[in-house]
Design a binder for this molecule. Structure first.
Ligand SMILES: [Zn+2]
Length: 304
């Protein structure tokens, strides 16, 4: 006969085998910012099914006497384990150098040459290591190189050489890929960083400006060279993980039109844990269309 306790253990083992459990608390050393007390004492829930963390509000604060925040997902929770993260991979820098060679056929660079001088374009091409991929004929590679000069990711996008806008396929989807998929690197674990992060260093004390798109960062660095222009690469990229390496710097964020509220909310959270971010609201108070970014405005002002 099983005692009650043994019976429980047997049940739990069976449930694990049957994968009825979906979530568990990740007790590895990775701590996040607690949504309640804003300290880095927050343990997040991990989802077996999606193989990733749940959103930032699901988890438990380790400050059991002072904060006690605990928000658990609905569903079977299987205690606390450690998530071992796969080791991060890097691309060889030679790949970057090679990709910077045939920039004459790069659509984005051709577009930049219609607005700026050859010298100005040449300077940003080498500053941001703007690469060219012949995969779609004239596509651009935005290399994500971190502040240790390690190459984390290569994002491949196709632009129209006359308008500078992104090209779309017949099904309406944009041309976008990565060096990892183009080279079919199966075991390559991408951990993204801010685009342009390699320009940030101890010797460079300039204020940092953050925008969403890589193209905007590049263009704005010609218009406003007194700032270091970085890009999040995606709307959701304005977050702690990506901004962590620049916590010591003065930061001005320039969200796209209609993204101001989201970025402001995030900036307030981040400033509470030591960041110095100002969110610029100029674009938000203009009549420009949703999604307009700073580079669009500057370029328009040249044409008008
Ligand atoms: Zn807390």
């Amino acid at each position: 006969m099983f005692t009650n306790k043994t019976m429980n253990i047997v049940n739990i083992m069976n449930k694990i085998k049957m994968k009825q459990y979906r979530y568990f608390l990740d007790k590895s050393s990775k701590k996040f910012v607690c949504p309640k007390c804003q300290k880095r004492t927050f343990v997040k829930y991990y989802d077996f099914e999606t193989q990733g963390y749940l959103s930032d509000d699901f988890g438990r604060c380790d400050r059991e006497t002072n904060c006690r925040y605990h928000n658990s997902p609905k569903g079977l929770i299987c205690g606390a384990f450690e998530v071992k993260e796969a080791r991060q991979s890097y691309h060889d820098f030679d790949l970057v150098k090679k990709s910077c060679r045939n920039h004459k056929s790069n659509n984005l660079i051709k577009f930049l040459e219609t607005i700026f001088t050859i010298d100005e374009v040449r300077e940003v091409v080498s500053k941001y290591f703007i690469g060219t991929s012949m995969f779609w004929g004239g596509a651009t590679i935005f290399w994500q190189i971190d502040n240790e000069q390690k190459v984390r990711h290569g994002k491949v996008m196709l632009f129209n050489q006359n308008t500078g806008k992104r090209m779309k396929k017949e099904d309406g989807k944009a041309y976008i890929s990565s060096i990892r998929s183009l080279l079919k690197l199966k075991d390559f674990n991408i951990k993204q960083c801010l685009f342009g992060l390699h320009l940030v260093g101890e010797e460079n004390k300039k204020t940092i400006a953050i925008v969403e798109s890589e193209k905007t960062a590049i263009i704005m660095s010609i218009f406003k060279p007194e700032l270091i222009w970085l890009a999040t690469g995606m709307k959701s990229g304005f977050n702690f993980e990506l901004l962590k390496p620049i916590i010591k710097y003065k930061i001005v964020a320039f969200p796209d039109k209609c993204e101001y509220d989201d970025w402001l909310k995030k900036a307030i959270e981040l400033n509470n844990i030591g960041f110095k971010i100002i969110v610029n609201d100029w674009l938000e108070h203009t009549d420009f269309a949703k999604g307009t970014d700073l580079a669009d405005v500057y370029i328009n002002s040249l044409i008008d």
